[in-house]
Design a protein around this ligand. Sequence first.
Ligand code: SPQ
Length: 428
Amino acid sequence: MTLTLSYSNPSLKGTIQVPGDKSISHRAIMFGSMAAGTTTVEGFLLGDDCLSTISCFRKLGVDIELTGKSVTIKSAGEESWQEPSEVLDTGNSGTTTRLMLGLLAGTSFHSVMAGDESIAKRPMKRIINPLREMGADIRGRQDGQYTPLAIQGTKLQAINYTLPVASAQVKSAILLAALKAEGKTVITEPVPTRDHTEIMLEHFGATLTKRNDGAIELEGGQKLKAAHVQVPGDISSAAFMIGAALITEQSEVLLTNVGSNPTRTGILDVIKQMGADVDWTERAVEGEPSADLTIRSSKLKGIEIGGELIPRLIDEIPLIALIATQAHGTTIIKDAEELRVKETDRIAAVVAELSKMGADITATDDGMVINGPTALNGADMKTYGDHRLGMMAAVAALAAEGEVHIDDPDCIAVSFPNFVEQMNSLIN
Ligand code: SPQ
């Protein structure tokens, strides 16, 4: 079903609580399933990806009850997981697929994982290589590069591993496997990435050490204790509301309880540098930090984005590219070649779709160059089944002259169900 959006000088005003953080919601289900006892989760993201994670753990025999945005997980610990009789369907979720590899590698049973067409094209060797060094037995197409993947659980040994790519999913899969491995695992990252797994490990009673050189050490054989998890709003979802307020006239939007973990707030650094009018008030911290954010229409300027900032805003780049089309001057995004292996090739897709609307945007090997400001016109926009491309198109419609048609808006529900309704509710 195609969604048609058309606006005439829209202005956004009001308050929004964006849905729960996707990365933290996935991990809450995984940790609650590993820990013996009853884990409760509040503010859970009811997005398709996180529902895929719940469905996989139910197939392992874990009792998971969902009531609104609250989840209750009753587990007798991961030793009680049962061999699944069906394929574990990870849907569109890279996080589910990759983190579960780390968890399933150390079980005593056989399991098979597969997801949708997009998952079948995403690289898995980056996870499987370190897990194989730990002793894991994982098979798949092209020597385990692609799903479906068959995992024969086995005993694992600790490793000393330096990540070849900056990836929280690789780091997390190794950490989860390391919990069950014999010995002390040491992980070194080229650039710091989101640390939700480390925070949650400690929250569930595990001990890990962050060394002065940035390396993480985790001793195997630790058991987790059930806990309560409060999930803050997802800053990656908030980013699209931020962009909507920034590029429309006379807008002022309050976003409440947005996750403000410093490993995720690169988008705020970028918009401040671009000249955004934004206020940020931190809330009390319980586990993961969060804040209230007020964002107003702003005159933006182009900037250069690269280096260590990239992992702190990797999922926000489609939105940043869009706001750069409305900024004065040139925006250069570099060191972001990881975008080519997300739900789709996000460099190619963003450039193709914003070009259709009249943007001056060029792809580079590791990013893009955008000259602004340019007027945007209505167009037939493709999502490539990628939620972030879908939301980028919907926000672009606010600034466009004429109708924007979005080919597959349902994919937005992967991370932000009812995004378009929420955005429209702010329009006066
Ligand atoms: O789960 P999935 O599909 O990989 O989701 C994405 C997204 O845009 O929502 C990436 F496409 O977010 C990843 C993120 O890019 C979620 C994530 C995590 O929860 O650990 C880490 C990042 O991926 P990576 O490959 O850099 O580790």
